[in-house]
Write a protein that binds this ligand. Structure first.
Ligand code: NOJ
Length: 559
């Protein structure tokens, strides 16, 4: 298998709005990030992925870009950004930027022009259609509730927006638009960035007829996503982007791809096809809800095993996995698949072990490394996320559903769980800002904060450091193949990795009970091969059969 730096890297994701405020306006900013670079470096990561910092009216916190060449005032200036890049490179860290080109902001100059008239030169940068029988052109639903179409009175047509109505979809069928995107990418790469994370990049090609989605049950809106996810020309576009831009630089690329499966991901990430290097897939993030994301159901560990194993085996030798359990769109994993009360530290470490011993490039989302948890605010007023607010309006205000029931789903699934300000210390506003934080801080900051974690050698933070170090010193963690063992166990997730004559055993208990572990008879490991564990383990204990404590995790190396 080809060895590359981006396979051997660990990435840290920053959501700038919530990371660190340096000027007291209550909003995180670039100078705040610079202040904390040593903290990130000490964790041992190699790469930072910065969520969007471009000019934006912030309908979707920067994922609605009004100018791809400018830095948002809230976050600072282009000089601040250049300083950040320099400071990172001086510390031997790389920077990957968010590329959001499935849509722009409706305040982007292209859209301002496009809506002036049907024959405006920018009209065709977006996707416009006349109405059908006085209604929307089709029945697709926006990810953020309501129709995916917005009517424009002036030109008497609708434009498509898969996300909010302030995020009109760009028309990739138009070669001029594609060229604008490539020019912009080159501009940033020439400034010295080290790659891109590409927002919903598998949505850029739509089935041209934009047909209605089937709706046998006559629901109000249906998703329509099969007509814009992994659409007919998406590989062609990515190959063109690779030819025109990416192939000219030694950079890292990861495509965010809701609705991608293993077979499709092989196409996106097989290096011989010259598209991307890895994708963010969502299968494992979709296991704890029904078809509607807000309909929670508990995780069945066997589903997780089935999904992760298919991806590990499927991409081995052909493509490459990205590994994540958190990001700015997901609830905090320690609250989700762990236990954020009596076993917060143990379960956060267990989940990290499970993830970081897999094959792929691991991503750590800010705060994950100190075991930050979900929040529960009683009032909807405390929530800021457009997805939450639109859903609440649709269900409670317009739809008459019970406030309490909908709040419960926000507590488990809402994106704002990940977006509460970073907890730096136990001082006022958790040390995030000297002003009024843009979003309410999780009340557990006096006990869960970075200062505490850095000072406590048994903290989640130091455990992450160890995991990252292990990856740097054991090639098998990066390149070894993967094999699930004990597939039927519904509490223990155990797997093995192999690279030439070396092997690893990873055993994790996903439950809050003590459970017996027994290694299959044909395998053997020695107690002294213990690489890491989240409880004290007796150095001579038999490792082929033992009782696992709640959320225990152990990794053994053997040959
Ligand atoms: C995916 C991003 O991660 C999410 O935060 C955003 O709302 C949508 N794409 C739209 O850009």
């Amino acid at each position: 298998m080809k060895r590359t730096w981006w396979k051997e890297s660990v990435v840290y994701q920053i959501y700038p709005r919530s990371f660190k405020d340096s000027n007291g306006d209550g909003i995180g900013d670039i100078q705040g990030i610079i202040e904390k670079l040593d903290y990130i470096k000490n964790l041992g990561v190699d790469v930072i992925w910065l969520s969007p910092v471009y000019e934006s009216p912030n309908d979707d916190n920067g994922y609605d870009i009004a100018d791809y060449y400018r830095i948002m005032d809230d976050f600072g200036t282009m000089e601040d950004w250049e300083e950040l890049l320099d400071e990172m490179h001086a510390r031997d860290m790389k920077l990957i930027m968010d590329l959001v080109v499935n849509h722009s902001s409706d305040e982007h100059q292209w859209f301002q022009e496009a809506k002036k008239s049907k024959d405006n030169p920018y009209r065709d940068y977006y996707i416009w259609r006349p109405g059908k029988d006085g209604k929307e052109p089709n029945n697709w639903k926006s990810t953020f509730s309501g129709s995916a179409w917005e009517y424009d009175e002036k030109t008497d047509e609708y434009y498509l927006h898969i996300f909010s109505k302030k995020q009109p979809d760009l028309n990739w069928e138009n070669p001029k638009l594609r060229q604008e995107v490539y020019d912009m990418m080159k501009w940033w790469l020439d400034k010295g960035i080290d790659g891109f994370r590409m927002d919903v990049i598998n949505f850029i090609s739509k089935v041209p007829e934009l047909p209605d989605a089937p709706n046998p049950k006559g629901q109000k809106y249906v998703s329509g996503s099969r007509f814009f996810k992994n659409g007919p020309r998406v590989h062609e576009y990515l190959q063109e982007m690779n030819r025109e831009v990416l192939s000219k630089y030694d950079v890292m690329t990861v495509g965010e791809m809701p609705g991608v499966d293993v077979e499709e991901a092989k196409k996106y990430t097989n290096l011989e096809r010259n598209e991307l290097q890895m994708v963010f897939q969502f299968e494992h993030m979709d296991l704890d809800h029904d078809s509607d994301k807000w309909d929670y159901k508990p995780l069945d560990l066997k589903d997780l095993k089935d999904s992760i194993s298919r991806w590990q085996e499927g991409l081995h030798g052909t493509g490459w996995n990205s590994l994540y359990l958190n990001n700015h769109d997901q609830p905090r994993v320690v609250s989700r698949f762990g236990n954020d009360k009596e076993y917060r530290v143990e379960s956060a470490k267990m989940l990290a072990t499970f993830l970081h011993m897999l094959q792929g490039t691991p991503y750590i989302y800010q705060g994950e490394e100190i075991g930050m948890t979900n929040v529960q605010y009683e009032s909807i007023e405390e929530y800021k996320d457009i997805e939450i607010l639109n859903m609440y309006k649709e269900k409670v205000i317009d739809g008459g559903e019970a406030h309490d029931k909908v709040m419960e789903s926000i507590y488990v699934k809402g994106r704002d769980n990940a977006r509460t300000p970073f907890q730096w210390n136990d001082q006022e506003h958790a040390g995030f800002t000297t002003g009024e934080p843009w979003m309410k801080i999780n009340s557990n900051y006096p006990t869960i904060n970075a200062e505490q974690a850095v000072n406590d050698e048994n903290s989640v933070y130091h455990y992450y450091r160890q995991l990252i170090q292990l990856r740097k010193t054991h090639e098998i963690i990066v390149y070894g193949d993967y094999r699930l063992i004990l597939p039927e166990d519904d509490q223990i997730y155990a797997y093995m990795r192999t690279l030439s004559d070396e092997k690893l055993l990873v055993v994790t208990n996903f439950s809050d009970e003590s459970v017996p572990f027994k290694l299959p008879e044909e395998e053997s490991f020695q107690a002294k091969g213990l690489l890491i564990s989240n409880y004290d383990v007796d150095g001579v204990e038999d490792c082929s059969s033992f009782t696992m404590k709640p959320y225990e995790a152990r990794v053994y190396k053997g040959s």
